[in-house]
Design a protein around this ligand. Sequence first.
Ligand code: GLC
Length: 804
Amino acid sequence: MITNTELEQKGNAFPSNVVSFRKDVDTLYFTTENDVALQITILRDGLLRFRYSTTGMFSKDFSYAITKHASIGYNQLDIEEKEGNYSITTTKIICEVSKKGLKVKIFDRADGTLINEDELGFHWEESYEFGGDIVKMSKVSHDGESYFGLGDKPGHLNLKGKRFENWVTDSYAYGKDTDPIYKTIPFYTGLHNKKAYGIFFDNTFRSYFDFAQERRFVTSFWAQGGEMNYYFIYGPKMTDVVEYYTDLTGKPDLPPLWALGFHQCKWSYYPESKVKEITSKFRELQIPCDAIYLDIDYMEGFRCFTWNKEYFPDPKRMVKELEADGFKTVAIIDPGIKIDKNYWVYKEGLENDYFCKRADGPYIKGKVWPGECYFPDFTNPKVREWWSGLFKELIEDIGVKGIWNDMNEPAVMEVPNKTFPHDVRHDYDANPCSHRKAHNIYGMQMARATYHGVKKFSHPKRPFVITRAAYSGTQRYTSTWTGDNIANWEHLWIANVQVQRLAMSGFSFAGSDIGGFAEQPHGELFTRWIQLATFHPFFRVHSSGDHGDQEPWTFDEDITDIVRKFIELRYQLLPYLYTAFWDYTEKGIPLIKSLVMFDQEDVNTHYRIDEFIFGDSILACPVIEPNAKGRRMYVPRGNWYNYWTDELVKGGKEMWVDADIDSMPVFIKEGAIVPKYPIQQYVSEKKIEEITLEVYYKKGKEDSQFFEDAHDGYDYTKGRFCLRSFKLTGRKNQLIIQQHKEGSFESDCKNFKLKIHGLPFEIKTIQLDNETKSLEHLQVNGCLTMIINENFSELDFNGENGDN
Ligand code: GLC
């Protein structure tokens, strides 16, 4: 293994003294005596891009990660040449570049705190074998500094003290220490002195990150080729770092609402009668479910874009019947195309020269489910267009609603490195290269082509895609899951960490195979997993099936009842989750936040792992131990209502929370207004004319939002949405709720059922839009309830009679 930080630095070369400097609008150019060039581009006041070249010349600038929609523009840019350095000032930071060795230091402009500092800084080693350089960067790691992010790594949330590799890898039954696994997201957030910054190393070659493992005071990252090309993102809030990173690498569109419902999957449900048996059972037992999956056995000999007509004689009819019962069908499509001269996809790929080739000309041939396959070069725009077109029949004619991309690392069976050899050639959007450079983005480009195809043929509805492999930016196109996990308690812990970590890495629409993919869970584990996943953006049960069944009714009746209760809760919370999703698509705000992201000022959150915030006001903490009747957890600062008992607890401390098998610790932030739908068996089953608003009293003020639209289609982009902003003001004897509505969408909702929790006074008068209402409008069923017109502007509950 290459190490970046050998103390003797053997074979490493370093930039020498700066000999020239120039500025061109937003970019600064530095050159050293030994021909190292550094380009610093100021993208935003707190967002700087650093590019280094060891030859004085830069190759064509191209990135699959960065979106053309990224926000750019700064308010201030001043450059000053000082004795030993150049100093760059924006409204947020001061960045110093030393004249000796191009070392960089970045300070907070407001209070002068040192945020980030090069140790050796940029250095490199020439790559004899492949040409070019192994490019390296090392930074000072401060005492008390923590590191978060890096995609789907399965270990502890704080990355400090560990080294990681980024090389997208098929990892069946991985464990806590397996590295690398399916995704490459070379982005981390550093936190020290309660200030956060991010580093995104946009280099697709195999890369490494060492967070003070090899040397206690050094954090470094390096790649086996390409450029030292990284973005420095200053917060100082962690949420801002992740938002800026997500803005840079792209925010997704809203998914159809059904995609946030419950999904049932297995490898594999077939034939048609089995699929129907499963979906009917959901309806019979009244367990809500929106999507049913077809794994590889629906195909003819695992040939993509074909159907096994013996198992599925009339897919169009089946998909239609499932749809009539509220089920959307999602089908798997893998990248490997079976070598079969009678197979149309293979023939088209061959005739048009769409398959990847080895350096000396032959096709790369690899074994996957169908046997020997060739693989489309998804890095070629023509190939992506062809691939998109292949979805016409599945989506437009048959009516399949979502596509599941798997094995797209690309996974190859029975070879030692589990993927293509290094010499395979790729187009890389007219930047021809080897697999060393294209490997990490292969799956992303497949998902991209799939997304465009599904989008085109689903129009005017929204597409749904899920992928296993990913690189930074993949969140623009698709949702994801964490791959082939195992039905054990350790994996429940891993699922919790991975989904939080993905959210911190810009990829919020993620979930795990509930219950575990390999092996079979017992009812208790399955239940605890369902409970956790109720609060994950993507909510799907999946299993390999060779160890037994994994439907909600597989265990005993009590388990089925608890599972139903949690899936019902998910369906009630859909408007809340959808609002959070909308915020994610607008601003890049993660759908779930680890406690450290929620309150970085409180150092007690820095090492917390299990607890997280779902949306912005629900605190969830899964039970991840067997036989538990509850657990200890950290409740962050502020006041929180226990969701199940309405008990108000003061946070900022660790406490015991009861949670027998039918419950889990869930708290609501005081002051929150949480919209809830009635229970439905699937999205749009009912016309919802009454929406519940759960109002949690707070002494003080709190803002909440509730976003609605048609739940599918693109009308919301033309203003046809309904955004309600609520302002809650609580006083000793008064509670005021104000509503402001924006957008032209006409909701079906006529009334709100307000449920008021924790009101500390007895209501004596009610004013609704300046009219006095009789107290008869109030009901008390455990908590105060009142039904009011959805159009209200101000509601005022008073604990004192109007006349005093
Ligand atoms: C891979 C996937 C898994 C799928 C199986 C068969 O193992 O990760 O989800 O069920 O392939 O397609």
